[in-house]
Design a protein around this ligand. Structure first.
Ligand code: AOF
Ligand code: ZN
Length: 347
């Protein structure tokens, strides 16, 4: 039997939890009865709530899952966390077969769930749509395997890679449709990150639960709209305190710039597992060496101005071999703009 379609469904179900499950993974689950008919679905709704497998199984009461198949994008857990092990529940409920997208990278699980199922005589099929499942949980994977925050950049440029004209006029480079997509992308990240330069130039609101603001010399007005809602982490070179609802975090400075590595490390310690950078060319350029992913909207416009601002503005290179290299994994259209999604290729 081909399980790809069911696994795709698990991924789609899992995405309903986007923005709500951090630091836990996105997980979806489909259950088939012994004849292969779909009888239940579930997903991990929110951090601390039932795991996907439990969510799907708890909808069934008459034992119709007995002898059936459970499909899930992440290995069922084997540990007692906020809930008892899903592997135990699957065994108890008498399922015969379990189809898994990827092994859990959480060291508490890491293959133990699969071993438990097999020991109980359940047939396990592994690595179905593994690449897609890994991409779905790329944040969780980086957090668990590297103990580091996942960092993405969102930028919006003209065809010639400019984010603004030299007078700074930039606010609406992309269309309404593209901006709607930006809201969805933001929602996947624990925090957005921006800089004093962007606040001073655009005075944006950037609606989000958590906001990281880099303002070395505390130049921004704390009454600006961006400070009005969400948890604020204000990285700067002098103050270290909590006041007026703002976490001021004193940050080391190098070459007149806040130390980005310190900031990312500190954010992770504060429980921020993923960051979407939405700033100008200097920060996007400076942070390039730490990033995991880029969302690049391109509007069909040309400013044709040599002194317009570039989206990644960080150094001069003379040799093309010194460039950062990327792999483009997706091209989408948000008419009339496009969105390129790409990952760095490590040299
Ligand atoms: C989830 N949802 O659907 C699955 C998870 O803190 P706990 O007790 O909820 O456990 C979290 C761990 O459980 C998580 O790191 C992952 O290893 C495993 N599987 N977690 O939040 C789920 N299946
Ligand atoms: Zn579980």
């Amino acid at each position: 039997m081909q399980y790809n379609l069911f696994m795709k469904k698990c991924i789609d179900l899992a995405k309903q939890g986007e923005g709500l499950t951090s630091p836990n993974p996105l997980v979806g689950c489909v259950i088939l009865d012994k004849d292969g008919n779909e009888i239940s679905t579930g997903y991990h709704h929110k951090y601390g709530e039932n795991h996907a497998e439990r969510d799907a199984l708890f909808k069934l009461h008459n034992g119709e899952e007995k002898g059936g198949t459970l499909i899930v994008n992440l290995e069922p857990c084997s540990h007692y966390g906020k809930t008892p092990p899903c592997a135990d529940l699957i065994i108890e409920r008498g399922l015969k077969k379990v189809i898994i997208g990827m092994q859990d990278v959480n060291p508490l699980v890491a293959g133990n769930g699969i071993r438990k199922l097999k020991k109980a005589g359940i047939e396990v099929v592994e690595n179905v749509l593994e690449d897609e499942c890994k991409q779905l949980n790329e944040i969780f994977i980086k957090n668990m395997t590297k103990n580091e925050v996942f960092v993405a950049i969102k930028t919006a440029t003209t065809l010639d890679g400019k984010i603004a004209t030299k007078s700074g006029s930039s606010k609406w480079i992309t269309s309404e449709k593209a901006r709607e997509e930006v809201k969805k992308i933001r929602n996947r990240y624990d925090a957005i990150l921006t800089t004093s330069s962007t606040i001073l130039a655009d005075n944006p609101t950037m609606a989000h639960r958590k906001k990281i603001i880099l303002d070395r010399k505390l130049r921004t007005n704390l009454e600006s709209p961006i400070y009005k809602e969400g948890e604020i982490y204000l990285f700067n070179e002098t103050l270290d305190m909590f006041e007026g609802g703002i976490n001021f975090i004193k940050t080391p400075v190098e070459n007149e710039k806040l130390d980005l590595q310190f900031i990312l490390q500190k954010a992770f310690e504060l429980g921020i597992k993923s960051i979407l950078v939405e700033a100008g060319g200097h920060l996007s350029g400076g942070i390039l060496k730490y990033i995991d992913k880029i969302y690049h909207f391109i509007a069909p416009k040309i400013t044709g101005d040599n002194s317009s601002l570039s989206c990644f503005d960080f150094r001069e290179i003379n040799d093309i071999n010194e460039s950062y290299n990327f792999q483009i994994v997706k091209t989408e259209t948000f008419d009339p703009d496009i969105l390129l999604t790409y990952y760095p290729i490590l040299k």
